[in-house]
Design a protein around this ligand. Sequence first.
Ligand code: PFF
Length: 452
Amino acid sequence: MTETRKNFTSKLGVVLAAAGSAVGLGNVWRFPTEVGNNGGAAFILIYLICVLAVGVPVMMSEFLIGRHTHANTITAFSKLAPGKWWRIQGVSGVFVAFLILSYYTVISGWTLYYLVQSLKGGLLESQDYLAYFSSFVSDPYMPVIYAAVFMLMTHLVIARGVQSGIERFSKIMMPLLLLIICVLVVCSFGMPGAGTGLRFLLKPDFSKVTASVVLSAMGQAFFSLSLAMGCLCTYASYFTSDTKLVKTAFSVCSIDTFVAVLSGFIIFPAVFSVEGVNPDEGPGLVFVTLPYVFNMAFHQSVPLLGYLFSGLFYLLLLLAALTSAMSLHESVTAYVIESLRLPRKKASAWVSVCCMALGVLCSLSFGVLSDVTVCGLTIFDLFDFCASKIIMPAGGLIICLFTGWYLDRKLVYNELTNEGTVPFRLFRVYVFLIRYVVPVAIALIFINELLG
Ligand code: PFF
């Protein structure tokens, strides 16, 4: 027997679940790395413009599609455009969520491992952090085991359903995450290099801004806000008729951006307090540079502080990863429940197992399968490339064309204003952005990604 469709029960639950999807590794890991590489505050400024001009309108579009149809992403497009090709967007959304979940789980597994090692003391005692990281990720067993544990955690939430799983856990995990961020920001501000770090973060270096930096900011906004992958559309299908879509989209984008910027406030003062460490260390920032920083800045003088700071930091990363993984999982599970008419527990188990099978391949691509490449990309890089560089921008473009050009303007207006009961004065601006500005912007990212 399939479950009857449930909705989120409170406004807070709606905002925290959707913000949980958005706030993830992209905020705490990828955003500071991009800021470090692309001119500090100049990048942040461009990023904010992208969030406002591109992120908010696309999020509103996803919300209205989901809430209007109260269905999984594939069915949602079929309902709104019966017999038309638009359904393909739903299919690609579910597919890409599945693909991302498989490699997101691998990195989340690393986070879990680093959390455990921080608490046990193994992490900060290490001498060579690069060797420590490389030997862990290339091991055939340990990263797979940790990824499986992470997948099990995600599974257990999703199997409980929308209200007692997603909503309940988002209400616990998101406030905890915000609290940890605030504690870490305060600790980081107290470090000796805080001034230099803050100056780096707040002083714009416009000489580094090129067209490709602008496009990276837009790509980052898409990934960070969980756009175009069916996740927000699926969550919006659990919104009630009185959920205010425009306000919710603004709240979610604000929380997501706030967390991203605060992550910068944690990382840069810490990084600058240790001599010889650069902020633009690339993807190794979180798993190689930061453990070194935690060790030099805290552990050497007061070991307990080192454990505490690094433990809290990896817990923050883990919580962020978990709430995002829940939305990716739910996007696929909702489809399996509704199309194959499986009960939730069975459907979520199938999704977890199949996704983990792909996750094993992704994990092994850092070790024994590192020689297996397609067009020069390892399995992990191939999945990431297909998902975030091809399917995601293409999906964003299709969503804009669908809401901006295909859907009846009245339907869009009624949905965004709850049948005219909630004022939306900027409706014309929204229509202009979604019809012209966003599609052109996304087409540019797409071309840039493919050529770059
Ligand atoms: N927004 C998440 C992050 O910033 O890590 C990642 C993500 C989650 C992307 C869900 C896409 C998605 F559908």
